[in-house]
Ligand binder design. Structure first.
Ligand code: ADP
Ligand code: MG
Length: 627
């Protein structure tokens, strides 16, 4: 029997497979099992219209066999089978192989990409682990069985052979181990079980394999038990994916268990989102909002993405493209029959479908979070604690491109409610003549609460949002305003219209005092002026428009030698007795007035949480004035 050559491009793909440095060689089993499942599907479909098939859905199965001694793995199905032409056309050419086309398009860059393993590569992937493959097959309705044999690149042979039943056996002779590759692991039954569960758990036909087990010998005494091994044929796959079931038929415990097992989490998910979409793209998705922040969530280690299936067959473990960055905490699975296992069927279109799914899921996640905020506030607050920071980053990222989507989900601590509130809730409580949404930043809630600048507004019963995370002010600057209400920092911006003007008048009235202080402090401060934001405190520092002190601290923390500094504007409370003492000293005892100025500046730094430039100089000054 003459050997036939593979078509040229098939040959090159084969080459790619055989010499693949690709680490996910294990996917070969998924490919072979998927083909077996397809073959069962085909005959099952035919049985619907052709009574002579005489088979039912439940009669189909896929069997795995391992022969360690001879290094053989056999995958058998009782599906449609192949005749001689089918063998020529289907296994002799890889015309449909997208992996090859892909490789051609991207050239050598593809060498290290995951594409080969993440998308279907079909039958030929078996050559990654097998040096010789035999296919024994008999097509439904045909009397003759055929054997196809190939040892890879040098071609294949087809001969007639004996086979009683309709269907196909794929017999793979596993390569010998090398220093780098231990192919023998694929001859271990536990390893094959693991692979079936990982990639083919939701194949809708049973995948059966003889597995060995141990049990206590029946006649052995209980206190001195003896064990024996025996074998039993087991179905390895669970067949029906939980996401294919109607949500109303699944108990919450079942979802929780699925989530914990699948994503290795000890905590139950906080929210389960089941999506079933038909239309432009058909898919099912089962998404989870974790109940706790993964320990590595805010590190580089954490990998976002959803598991992607096509008809129950795993295509990709973490498909990052399905989740926007701001929802990267979401875990789950997406299953779409529209995605082919094989990227051959148009890489581009494939891409477009993924995009449609991703866009729908983003909307879905957002609306679920909004719903949760309304119907389970406590739950939402917990969620916010776990992942709120991520949403704030989302607002700031990409120049605020996602702020409209995300801003209703944000919460900030409220001075009057004593808990996190949304901007919408804040606005609903605003005083009639209140123009702005006020916020104040600091390290902790307690520290912000004690800032002198908060006193005046608190006195008037006006709500203030307390910002305690470094990202908060960046977030406010990105959002700028909500519902026409501008966000304003009570530390740095004008609090009320006209307030600045009044303060300016006060500054003019006490001009010589302010000039004196500015002169005494020199470059340390940009400006010294009367304050419109103080009540019982004598002094505070503001940064004016632009960079705030919290931002300055943030930059300092990420880059200790950062020279990015906020402006320092010193504001004095002209109604405070300390100001009067200062003013008196300016004329009566300028030396002392200079010291007062230093003292007040240092105090202002301390309150703003900024480091003193000269701590011992400050304490000396306090002591001196006490004497
Ligand atoms: P794909 O599955 O994407 O078509 P493959 O390379 O995996 O590509 O398989 C090529 C073809 O070989 C299949 O389309 C099918 O026609 C045939 N084939 C492979 N395995 C079997 C099988 N177990 N039974 C019947 N036909 C098969
Ligand atoms: Mg296939």
């Amino acid at each position: 029997m003459a050997k036939k050559q593979f078509k040229a491009e098939s040959k090159r793909l084969l080459d790619l497979m055989i010499n693949s440095i690709y680490t996910h060689k294990e996917i070969f089993l998924r490919e072979i099992i998927s083909n077996a499942s397809d073959a069962c599907d085909k005959l099952c479909y035919q049985a619907l219209t052709d009574e002579s098939v005489g088979m039912n859905r439940k009669d189909f199965k896929i069997e795995l066999k391992v022969d360690k001694e001879n290094r053989l793995i056999t995958v058998s199905d009782n599906g449609i089978g192949m005749d001689k032409d089918d063998l020529e056309n289907n296994l002799g050419v890889i015309a449909s192989s997208g992996s090859y086309k892909f490789k051609q398009e991207v050239g050598d860059d593809a060498k290290d990409t995951d594409v080969i393993g993440q998308f279907g590569v079909g039958f030929y992937s078996a050559f990654m682990v097998a040096d010789h493959i035999t296919v024994v097959t008999k097509k439904y309705g045909s009397d003759t069985a055929y054997m196809w044999q190939s040892a890879g690149a040098d071609g294949y042979t087809i001969t007639e052979c004996e086979k009683d039943t309709v269907g196909t056996d794929i017999i793979m002779h596993v390569k010998p181990d090398t220093d780098d590759e231990k192919y023998s692991e694929f001859l271990e039954s536990w390893r094959l079980q693991e692979l079936v569960r990982k990639y083919s758990d939701y194949i809708r036909f049973p995948i059966r394999m003889e597995v060995s087990k141990t049990r206590k010998k029946e006649d052995s005494p209980d206190d001195k038990p003896e064990y024996e091994t025996y074998t039993e044929v087991e179905t390895l796959n669970s067949m029906v994916p939980i996401w294919q079931r109607r949500k109303s038929n699944v108990k919450p415990e079942e979802y929780n268990k699925f989530y914990r097992d699948k994503f290795h989490d000890y905590t139950d998910p906080q929210r389960v989102i089941a999506v079933s979409a038909e239309g432009a793209v058909t898919y099912k998705a089962l998404l989870f909002i974790p109940g706790a922040t993964p320990y590595d969530y805010y590190t580089k280690e954490y990998e976002k993405g959803l598991q992607l299936y096509s008809n129950g067959v795993l295509i990709m473990d973490k498909c990052a493209d399905l989740l926007p960055e701001h929802f990267r905490f979401v875990r789950g699975v997406v299953d779409s029959p529209d995605l082919s296992l094989n990227i051959s069927r148009e890489l581009l279109q494939h891409d477009r479908q993924l995009k449609v799914i991703a866009a729908n899921l983003e909307k879905k996640i957002k609306s679920e979070l909004v719903k949760m905020m309304k119907d389970d506030r406590e739950g939402y607050e917990k969620f916010w604690k776990n992942f709120g920071r991520q949403l704030k980053f989302g607002v700031v990222s990409e120049y605020g491109a996602h702020k409209d989507l995300l801003k209703d989900l944000l919460m900030f601590y409220s001075s009057t409610e004593k808990k996190p509130v949304t901007l919408g809730e804040y606005i609903s409580r605003m005083k009639e003549d209140q123009k702005y949404i006020y916020y104040a930043s600091g390290e902790t809630l307690d520290k912000v609460d004690k800032l002198p600048q908060t006193e005046l507004l608190k006195d008037k019963g006006i709500e203030i949002l307390y910002f305690t995370e470094d990202i908060d002010e960046f977030c406010a600057q990105t959002i700028r305003s909500e519902d026409d209400k501008e966000l304003r920092s009570i530390l740095d911006q004008e609090i009320e219209e006209g307030a600045e003007k009044k303060a300016e008048e006060a500054s003019d009235a006490h001009k010589s005092t302010f000039d004196f202080v500015k002169e005494a402090l020199g470059d340390k401060v940009k400006e010294v002026k009367a304050s419109a934001r103080l009540k019982s405190h004598p002094v505070c520092l503001t940064a004016g428009e632009g960079l705030s002190f919290e931002m300055e601290k943030y930059f300092q923390s990420v880059q200790p030698d950062s020279t990015i500094k906020a402006d320092r504007i010193m504001e004095l409370n002209v109604d405070h007795p300390v100001f009067q003492a200062l003013e008196t000293a300016v004329t009566a005892d300028p030396d002392k007035a200079k010291k007062y100025a230093e003292l007040l500046y240092s105090q202002a730094l301390l309150i703003a949480g900024l480091p003193l430039e000269d701590p011992s100089g400050y304490t000396d000054l306090v002591c001196e004035l006490m004497k």
